[in-house]
Design a protein around this ligand. Structure first.
Ligand SMILES: *[C@@H]1O[C@H](CO)[C@@H](O)[C@H](O)[C@H]1NC(C)=O
Ligand SMILES: *[C@@H]1O[C@H](CO)[C@@H](O)[C@H](O)[C@H]1NC(C)=O
Ligand SMILES: *[C@@H]1O[C@H](CO)[C@@H](O)[C@H](O)[C@H]1NC(C)=O
Length: 182
């Protein structure tokens, strides 16, 4: 399992993104998403919801006031866990990793620049300031290749001091491979 993690999570994305490819083998078929586990002593969440425009378009809007400062990667982290739907439930799969929140917001990987194009979320995050992310929607063409086909739930936990969850986003989506012979 460790080997699989390292391979998918470190090697592939770097190889893939350093050569600037886009993948067109699979697409996302978004189902729904939810904002959960809000810790009201860490964040005042004004808006945290998803809406679906069509079969292929699901967006997330967030507007919130953090109640603590997040000045660097030691203060805030994003934990990403992938769950695959197998035998009637979502089971933790090979995707699990952590990024500093500040570095993640500046990263060029995983379609992040596009996902944050309608956002003012940028470090240092100051308490009492309104931060928003509108129309957040991941684009499969900018994701790593070889994600197994099926139904997935990607959970993003926004952590404070490596310990407390400020809030979580659960994104439910299918991964469908295009039939290259069709
Ligand atoms: C919410 O965060 C605070 C830290 O500010 C922590 O003390 C508390 O245990 C957290 N609550 C939950 C339910 O995680
Ligand atoms: C999400 O934000 C966009 C851009 O501000 C807005 O047009 C849309 O109505 C919002 N949707 C919901 C459900 O709040
Ligand atoms: C997804 O990204 C590709 C390539 O960067 C782009 O051509 C396409 O329009 C994007 N799709 C959406 C829905 O933003």
């Amino acid at each position: 399992m460790d080997f699989f993690n390292i391979k998918i999570l470190i090697f592939l994305p770097f190889l893939f993104f350093s050569i600037g490819c886009i993948q067109t083998l699979y697409k996302f078929v978004p189902e729904h998403c939810e904002v959960k586990n809000i810790n009201r002593s860490l964040v005042d969440m004004k808006i945290g919801k998803c809406y679906k425009l069509s079969r292929s378009e699901l967006y997330l809007n967030i507007s919130c006031y953090p109640l603590v400062d997040i000045l660097n990667d030691h203060m805030g982290q994003v934990k990403i866990t992938g769950y695959q739907f197998r035998s009637n439930e979502y089971r933790k799969g090979p995707i699990e990793f952590m990024m500093g929140m500040c570095s993640a917001s500046l990263s060029k990987e995983f379609d992040i620049p596009n996902m944050l194009s309608n956002s003012n979320a940028k470090c240092p995050i100051r308490k009492g300031v309104n931060y928003y992310i509108y129309k957040l929607s991941p684009n499969a063409t900018n994701m790593p290749p070889l994600i197994p086909e099926g139904r997935w739930m990607l959970q993003l936990d926004f952590l404070y001091l490596n310990r407390y969850t400020g809030f979580s986003v659960q994104w439910y989506s299918g991964v469908e491979y295009t039939n290259i012979f069709g």
